[in-house]
Design a protein around this ligand. Sequence first.
Ligand code: ATP
Length: 240
Amino acid sequence: ATARPLLEVQGIDVFYGAIHAIHGLSVIVNEGEIVTLIGSNGAGKTTALGAISRLLPIRSGDVLLDGRSLGSVPPHDVVRLGLAHVPERRRIFADLTVTENLEMGAFTVRSTADIASRMDEMFELFPRLAERRKQFGGTLSGGEQQMLAVARALMQRPRILLLDEPSMGLSPLFVERIFDIIETINKRGVTILLVEQNAHMALAIASRGYVLKNGMIVDQGSGARLRSDESIQAAYLGAH
Ligand code: ATP
């Protein structure tokens, strides 16, 4: 099958006031791929995802979803077009139960039967959440909250999921789990753009990766190539 770009980021620039955080960033994510964006603290990974999902304004360049410009699409409509974003530090609703958090994720879905079937699917994918369905979000462990954040985004049945540091702050066991789940979700047909500081694991599951430094792409290639690259190992894989 020929690769078809689902997401095309075309030379975007993003500023925070006078700070030029992202310089001419271009990224392509083909339908069905897992693509990762790696880089050190402050490289601009979070900013890039925010710009793609329209939470942050783009100064120049464009973002296309399935060939359509998101330039004038407001953030809540971006979700309807099939792009879901799980931000850093999860941001689940602490005072709502697991079930209620998932219902909030399905805000664009009208049919209650449809919501129920999606919820069943999430409880099958995340048995841990099923056991805790009546528990308040704020009382879940960090790993469970991350699972809930991912499940809530999946309630939209997105075509592409943007994940910002899903492994952050998790114990090694939960890190493994989260990466397994990302692969499972991808096999079920969801395209993934993954931002990670855990570059080693991210490159292991990604077909391709981009290396971001000071808001610019400094390298790109297959996950395997980047993983075996000595300069990348020295800069980003040393700690793992
Ligand atoms: P981290 O992994 O530490 O979150 P990152 O690669 O995601 O790093 P960003 O958070 O995107 O990096 O930050 C990119 C640059 O933009 C940094 O220099 C940062 O200081 C700056 N920046 C981020 N948010 C803001 C903001 N709200 N106001 C001003 N500058 C910001």
